[in-house]
Write a protein that binds this ligand. Structure first.
Ligand code: PLP
Length: 423
């Protein structure tokens, strides 16, 4: 059937590589084509063909309040009427910085940037400057954006497309990136035994949400903290997804582990392009112009983005995270029961407002076990759900997201759709 989405995708492919501005959106992995979205309100998307979907992707995380939340939209419109960019400081960037620092237990200072990728690359530069060391340890299957040093066996889009290596990234750049399996403290210890004196930092998603949803084993995050302390390396929590989602105070509040540096994105921009990195004052004061570590951005602290973030955090501060977690778990477990009752093996980890259907008989604890999931079953599930108006992430390596805008009716419509899926 020819649809407007299809026609747009045809046109897009002539002028945009692969027809999309971020690879996983192409839906290749689930043997589908992208839907072009015309508008979104609450947890509902409407595509350019007028079809409605219940959204469990939420722009990959930012829209925890749902789309077009009235006071966020109003804040953005009001800000736009005052000008869209000044290239000079504005009041809202101070307020947003204060709000982020107040919410996150480990933070004393924060610098705004424009994406999660910028946040992680800047945090790594700072860690390298602080320690005067070059190596960074990351975990296989964790995604920290598309900056060169992190593109060694990364998850998310790369895992989805099984790209071998990373063309365009000099071998010398990733030579300083060490890899360990997620949740494997022994492997981390081994790495430090060999390279401890040259490791600037460990960077970790405190809850791994780019290989599906892998929870940290009890003691894993605490163990990383202890190893970093022992070797005078910095611990960087990449909270681009978990910040203001795992809890209002992020995964660091939830698991009570104190990172040296933290990166943010997604929710803190309320759907506009934002990232941030922050941490202890003694480190952050090394950033230019206070210190010598260069970091900059034409649009950093953009007034529209700051207004959206501030309005979002203002609402989240008063929101009932525990209730959202309960509702997410109840929904996800009902979904699991419906699928397993059809004789299909499924794991359904959940945390806060995230869930992930892994088509596997075995618990998923790292990237290797995530890769053992049955992607054919996921693809079949994805397609049949989408045909019934349920919009899931187009990859078995992404986490499902729930917003404060999802109602019981949205959940029951999604469960009804799952009941009709044939495997
Ligand atoms: N870190 C994590 C944990 C992410 O999930 C992402 C993106 O999904 C990034 C960093 C990169 O953020 P951005 O896409 O805004 O550059």
């Amino acid at each position: 059937m020819d649809t407007t989405s299809r026609q747009l995708f045809e046109k897009a492919q002539a002028v945009i590589p692969g027809g999309v501005n971020s690879p996983v959106r192409a839906c290749h992995n689930v043997d589908s084509q992208p839907l072009f979205i015309a508008e979104a309100h609450g947890c509902h998307l409407t595509d350019v063909d007028g079809r409605q979907y219940i959204d469990f992707v939420l722009s990959w995380g930012p829209m925890i309040l749902g789309h077009d939340e009235p006071s966020v939209t109003r804040a953005v419109c009001d800000a736009a009427h005052r000008g869209t960019s000044y290239g000079a400081p504005c009041p809202d960037e101070v307020k947003l910085a204060e709000a982020v620092v107040a919410a996150m237990p480990s933070l004393e200072m924060v610098r705004m940037v424009n994406s999660g990728t910028e946040a992680t690359m800047s945090a790594l530069r700072l860690a390298r400057a602080v320690t005067k060391r070059d190596k960074v340890l990351k975990f296989v299957g964790c995604y920290h954006g598309h900056a060169d040093p992190f593109l060694a066996a990364a998850g998310s889009g790369l895992a989805t497309f099984s790209i071998p290596g990373t063309p365009g990234v000099p071998a010398a750049v990733v030579a300083d990136t060490l890899l360990a399996p997620y949740n494997d403290l022994d492997a981390v210890k081994e790495c430090f035994a060999r390279h401890g004196e040259s490791i600037a930092a460990i960077i970790v998603e405190p809850v791994a949400a780019n290989m599906g949803l892998v929870l940290p084993k009890p003691g894993f995050l605490e163990g990383l903290r202890a190893i970093c302390d022992q070797h005078q390396s910095l611990l960087i929590f990449d909270e681009v997804i978990t910040g203001f989602r795992a809890a209002f105070g992020g995964a660091q509040a939830r698991f009570k582990v104190d990172p040296d540096l933290t990166t943010f994105g997604k929710i803190i921009g309320g759907g506009l392009p934002v990232g941030a990195f922050g941490g202890k004052r003694r480190f952050m004061e090394l950033i230019a112009p206070r210190g010598g570590v260069y970091q900059a951005g034409t649009l950093s602290g953009n007034p529209l983005a700051m207004a959206a973030g501030l309005a979002t955090l203002g609402i989240l501060k008063k929101s009932d995270y525990a209730a959202l977690e309960d509702r997410t778990r109840a929904f996800a477990f009902s979904l699991r029961d419906i699928i397993t009752s059809k004789g299909v093996p499924l794991q359904m980890p959940t945390l806060a407002s995230m869930f992930c259907p892994y088509f596997s008989e075995h618990e998923v604890t790292d990237f290797a076990s995530a890769q053992k999931c049955d992607q054919k079953l996921f693809t079949s599930f994805y397609k049949q759900m989408r045909a019934q108006g349920i919009y899931l992430a187009p990859s078995g390596y992404e986490t499902g997201m729930v917003s404060f805008a999802h109602t019981d009716d949205d959940f029951s419509r999604a469960l009804d759709a799952a009941r009709k899926v044939l495997f």
